[in-house]
Design a protein around this ligand. Structure first.
Ligand code: PEP
Ligand code: MG
Length: 842
């Protein structure tokens, strides 16, 4: 039996592969071998061989030995994300090397701060040729000590079975942010190896053996590339059926994990009755309050009917012509629309249609359509397959911007489909006085609402803390989420009253009621005018107790607007908005510039910057996150900062620098244990010392995990202030997903259990002389304001439009009245009972 001795490619300490904190290596999906914790910075060849693959990111190299063993060396973990930074390859693909020759030099300091780990793996990727592995242990010296010896298998691997059927898959768009690098390629190769058939992966004219990690990596397949799988053999059909969905969903690669299907997909008009509020009154539909205010108008349903298409086409030439004609017509329609919108001085909407026009020429789309037509499909069928495949691929990317493009693609795809099939398709335009009813709206739909016509909306899906609701509040448009599904059956034109504060939709109100609402609306308008007139005055209770009313913002524009509405600073800058809509993380300089600009817009008022709060419901495309069973309970909020300290450190430095000469505070999201806050404080102090800046930025935590409220006194010794995030505190206290449509009505932060936790937080903070704010949605709820004041909250951080009203609510009572209300609220047994203590005065 032949044995190969592999010398250590680095100085370092050997670690069993099972201990590598990455399941792809630990579970030997790439192959068996060893890991080294490196003490040197040049990776050298462990034996003689030919460089058969050098990854374009420079972090991984494969040697093929004369006996045919493929040996992959992978420097660090998740280092593919560094896109070559920190690595200097010393060889090129195809080069023959001797044992000890330099392969890749790397900057260990850079990797230590920018990668998840420096652990370097040496694995055999064609393990079928190895009978036994004998790893060494302990400290090894590069080129001198043996790191692994291999007993080779007799006779080599069995060749793949090639007789049988040949099956070619539909095209698949690669969703993986960093393409098919080692991890997903290994998963694919392992899956393919389970089958007897020969399996090839093809991109354009290039093909590779899908059972070979090295061959797959050799194609350097990138995100967005279109590939097909070809299987040939007795189980070819099974191969395609099993592998295509895996490939399309990212092969378990972090960052390309398809976002969990929104809970709303479970909802349909004929789904089982949901345990949500239902009214017995046929003229009253219940949902949850998503954005306050009343609107009187007529139902208009945003409902997109499926366009029926025939699968089988006529002669391919005829179908091709049909598609080309439809594309031309769609281009003309879009051109006309843009001209019209520009004429109406609406360049933003015109730009959306310009982007649609661009999508029509996308070669990827046309290729898929063309190949389906060539297989005898109709133009309509082929086009629908093309745009839905692409849209699904985009929607799967955990990037809001690209996922948003998926909607655009569906819009424009439908336009062309309607033309081919002769289906009349008007761009849905709401009539005047519309109360829009939809299964669900995307945030961009909401942002695009024609405010001149749409007076309010109700969606069957969504909850009061969904991002759609947050946008609705910032647009100041009344909205109800989680409305009873029968809303979708209401005929267009049904007169209704939408109550965004109570979360209800009243049908066919009698004219007297409409008149009453109109009077109320007038009263509200007067009150709003009064609130606005006094917006710049401080919020002081009738007996002189001052409450700071500050704003929740997402960026500079909100900051400037908050000041004009009487905002006394910013209690929550959701800094993740700076990280969204981009393909790479903002740099320290980017962040320094924006934080300084916001501080300047606030002109001396305080600014609380919450560090990056992503994960769970807020994924980022360029920040690969592990696939998790329970993302809301996983690596979310500050846990990401601790897991990937380089991201947090960059942000902390930007905040510390911007904090010199400005009133900046730094706040950490989702703190659950004292260890977490102590680690974060240590990290902040290290960065501060490194920058050599003054210790002037106060530190606080979000209290949004019940544990933080319960241990408030202990936490208060560690920080300068607390800000209660009632959105998450409610979700975690009641164990109710904040976006779940069936639970939305019950997940009310006025539940006395949440109020008890707020009271406990204030008490713990006060005992240590610290102050407490509330920045969750409860602070903007007019019914909650006096209760929060009575509970001893010092600062209310609210949505920008509600600043004047919240200030007016504070002024409406004395502190003892608020305290009395708070005491009664704590003794109630339900959120409804608490709300009954503070009736809305309309
Ligand atoms: C909260 O949880 O209440 C909060 C303010 O944070 P976010 O809504 O951004 O999670
Ligand atoms: Mg939160």
């Amino acid at each position: 039996m032949q044995t190969i001795e592999l010398k250590a490619p680095l100085d370092g300490v050997i670690l069993p592969l099972e201990q590598v904190p990455d399941p792809v290596f630990a579970q030997k999906m790439v192959g068996d071998g060893v890991s080294i914790d490196p003490l040197s910075q040049v990776l050298v060849a462990p034996c003689a061989g030919v460089v058969t693959n050098l990854h374009r990111a420079g972090h991984a190299v494969t040697l093929t030995t004369p006996s045919g063993i493929e040996l992959m060396m992978h420097i660090g973990l998740d280092t593919v994300n560094l896109k070559g930074e920190g690595f200097t390859p010393k060889v090129v693909t195809g080069q023959t090397v001797a044992a000890g020759d330099a392969l890749i030099a790397f900057d260990a300091d850079f990797l230590a701060t920018h990668a998840k780990s420096l652990l370097t793996q040496i694995v055999v990727t064609n393990g079928e040729r190895v009978a036994a592995y004998h790893p060494a242990s302990g400290l090894v010296r590069a080129g001198i000590d043996t790191v692994l010896s291999l007993d080779l298998a007799e006779g080599g691997a069995a060749e793949a079975q090639t007789s049988g059927k040949r099956v070619i898959s539909e095209a698949v768009l690669i969703p993986n942010p960093t393409g098919l690098h080692a991890r997903p390629a290994a998963v694919l190769a392992n899956l393919a190896k389970r089958f007897q058939s020969r399996v090839l992966i093809q991109r354009g004219d290039d093909q590779a053996n899908a059972k070979s990690l090295v061959s797959i990596m050799g194609l350097a397949i990138e995100q967005g590339d279109k590939v097909v799988l070809i299987a040939e053999g007795p189980d070819a059909e099974e191969v395609i059926a099993r592998l295509v969905p895996e490939l399309a969903s990212g092969l378990g690669d972090e960052g390309s994990t398809p976002a969990p299907a929104p809970a709303t997909t479970e909802i349909s008009a004929d789904s089982a009755p949901a345990p949500r509020p239902r009214s017995d009154d046929p003229n009253l539909l219940l949902g949850v309050a998503a954005s306050p205010g009343l609107a009187v108008g007529k139902v208009w349903r945003l409902r997109r009917e499926e366009i029926a298409v025939q699968e089988v086409g006529e002669a391919p030439n005829q179908e091709r012509r049909r598609l080309e004609d439809a594309l031309d017509l769609a281009r003309n329609q879009l051109e006309a629309l843009q001209a019209e919108l520009r004429g109406q001085a609406d360049p933003a909407k015109a730009a959306i249609f310009a982007a649609h026009q661009e999508l029509l020429g996308d070669p990827g789309l046309l290729d898929i359509a063309e190949s389906a037509i060539a297989k005898g499909k109709s133009a309509a069928f082929a086009w629908r397959a093309a745009f839905t495949t692409h849209a699904e691929g985009l929607a799967r990317l955990r990037n809001e911007l690209l996922a948003g493009r998926a909607n655009d693609l569906r819009d424009v795809g439908r336009r062309v489909l309607a033309i081919i099939t002769g289906t009349p398709l008007e761009e849905p335009q709401a009539p005047p006085d519309t109360i829009l009813i939809a299964e669900d709206l995307t945030p961009s739909d909401t942002a695009r609402l024609d405010r001149g016509r749409v007076l309010g909306f109700a969606t069957v899906g969504g909850g009061s803390t969904s991002h759609v609701a947050i946008i609705a509040r910032s647009l100041d448009i009344p909205a109800v989420a989680g409305i009873e599904p029968r809303a979708m059956d209401l005929p267009d034109g049904t007169p209704v009253i939408l109550d965004g504060s109570k979360g209800s939709l009243r049908l066919n109100p009698d004219p007297l009621e409409i008149a009453r609402i109109k009077t109320l609306k007038e009263r509200q308008a007067t009150r709003r005018a009064n609130d606005l007139a006094t917006a710049l005055d401080p919020a002081v209770t009738s007996d002189g107790h001052r409450i700071e009313v500050v704003a929740n913002i997402g960026g500079l524009e909100d900051a400037a607007r908050s000041v004009t509405l009487g905002g006394e600073g910013v209690g929550l800058l959701r800094s993740e908005f700076l990280y969204m809509d981009r393909t790479s993380a903002p740099t320290e300089e980017d962040q320094f510039a924006i934080y300084s600009a916001i501080a300047k817009a606030l002109d001396g008022r305080p600014l609380i910057i919450r560090t990056l709060d992503v994960g769970g419901d807020k994924p980022l495309a360029y920040l690969p996150m592990p696939r998790e069973e329970n993302p809301m309970l996983g690596i979310r909020g500050v846990r990401i900062g601790l897991d990937r300290p380089e991201i947090l450190r960059t942000q902390v430095r930007a905040i510390l620098r911007a904090g010199q000469g400005n009133r900046l505070r730094m706040m950490f999201p989702m703190i659950a244990t004292l260890d977490e806050i102590r680690s974060v404080k240590g990290l902040v102090e290290e960065e501060r010392a490194r920058l050599g800046v003054a210790d002037v930025v106060e530190l606080g935590i979000m209290v949004e995990v019940p544990a933080a409220a319960v241990l408030a006194r202990q936490f208060a010794r560690e920080v300068d202030f607390f800000s209660i995030g009632t959105n998450d505190l409610t979700q975690y206290t009641l164990a109710m997903d904040r976006g779940h449509p069936k639970l939305a009505a019950k997940a009310d932060a006025m539940n006395p259990a949440i109020l008890q936790l707020i009271a406990q937080t204030v008490e713990g903070a006060a005992a240590e002389g610290k102050w407490v704010g509330v920045c969750g949605g409860l602070a903007s709820d007019p019914q909650a304001v006096p209760i929060l004041v009575g509970l001893g909250v010092a600062e209310l951080s609210v949505s920008v439009p509600s600043i004047p009203a919240v200030k007016a609510q504070v002024r409406a009572r004395s502190l003892p009245q608020c305290q009395d209300l708070a005491e009664q609220a704590l003794a109630q047994d339900s959120a409804a009972a608490v709300r009954a203590l503070v009736p809305l005065d309309y």
